[in-house]
Design a protein around this ligand. Sequence first.
Ligand code: GDP
Ligand code: GDP
Length: 433
Amino acid sequence: MSNIIAIVGRPNVGKSTLFNRLTESRKAIVDDYSGVTRDRHYGVAEWTNRQFTVIDTGGYVANSEDVFETAIREQVLIAIEEATVLLFMVDVTTGITDLDDEIAQILRRSKKPVFVVVNKVDNNDLHNDATEFYRFGLGEIYNISSMTGSGTGDLLDEVIKHFEDIPEEESNLPKLTIVGRPNVGKSSLINALMGKDRNIVTPIAGTTRDSIHIHYNQYGHEFMFIDTAGLRKKTKVKENIEFYSVMRTIKALEEADVVLLMIDAVEGLESQDVNIFHLAEKNKKGIVILVNKWDLIEKNNKTIQEFEDQIRNKIAPFTDVPIIFISVLNKQRIFKAVEEALAVYKNRSKKIPTSKLNDVLLPIIENNPPPSIKGKYIKIKYITQINASSPMFAFFCNLPQYIKDPYKRFIENKLREHFDFQGVPIQIYFRQK
Ligand code: GDP
Ligand code: GDP
């Protein structure tokens, strides 16, 4: 995976409309979150079974005239460095503007693939007008209508040809990464855990060149830390710290097996953190939440419970996630954080034998069958875990199309109750037998 499509372009060309179209078509299939956060500018999308991350760069530019052009210029530079493919979006109804020309000039120096996407080509008459955009000298143009979706399939067919496959890593060690907003204490934790061994750093070639893998082997635990936060690239990042750190987070997250999402106890879980949480969840990564700087909190015997409740409320419905209260400063529970992450790794690689699954779940299902629909009874016959990198279960039944989300959730809860999948997203499919 680890393929990122960045949509760049000046305001109002339709970037966020395309972003929503790409990420929500998938959402309709697999996503049943109740409280999706609206201020989300990156998300997971899928085309012909290839999963990738899309980022709408427009969400990260301050909307005031004076910072505008520098911010966009800088953003395009970051996208050139960090993304796999860039979509340069322009608007057929306005034609080429000065800012389009400026962006094109930067993009011509990109070594990454750039696709000129001419948006708002809502009808055939507009195809002629679109030819003007060949003038950029950026190769083929792709006419689309983000509003209706026309042309987006042809575009994606071409785009995915440029995806990179992550080279198989030689080591089978668990890969952990610490993500979170700036200043929550991520590097402090790595330093505290590594002690003087911090210099055992192995940069990896190929697509993963932007991250360093730190080999940890102490106190009976061995794993890899994927670290990108510590790296600062040549690009001058001034206006776009958040955009830059989001790109970095996406990459680290996609390489990892388990994500340690660190938050600041004083600030609590903010919407950005929730976005990262959902991204990890959609990527089927193991998740541990670390509440750091616990030393700064005045506590009584209810404080931990209140914190936990608040956090679980915000990340619902996937709440079966360990939450650890730590203080890197006082070295409080930092090894527990590691142990918990490794336990989640184990849960994620767990394989339940088919006989055991059926012995445990079939009687439960018998007592609580899916509600019948239009007089038709749904009969679940057997269950098996599918071989995949994260837990995935197939329930074979006569009428899979009649099984609704509440029943899926009931089944998921039973799986969690009986087979400890703490920290791990579970996928459940109902299939025709
Ligand atoms: P952004 O600033 O680049 O993210 O642009 P938006 O996605 O917010 O879109 C700007 C405006 O263009 C909105 O009013 C959209 O409804 C409209 N728009 C987006 N895509 C299309 C399209 O394919 N056709 C038409 N006619 N309008 C579109
Ligand atoms: P990063 O940006 O997430 O890597 O955060 P840093 O590791 O650079 O830490 C940011 C600041 O928080 C530094 O001043 C740290 O000393 C401080 N800090 C980190 N952990 C703790 C903690 O547990 N308690 C307190 N009080 N401060 C901490």
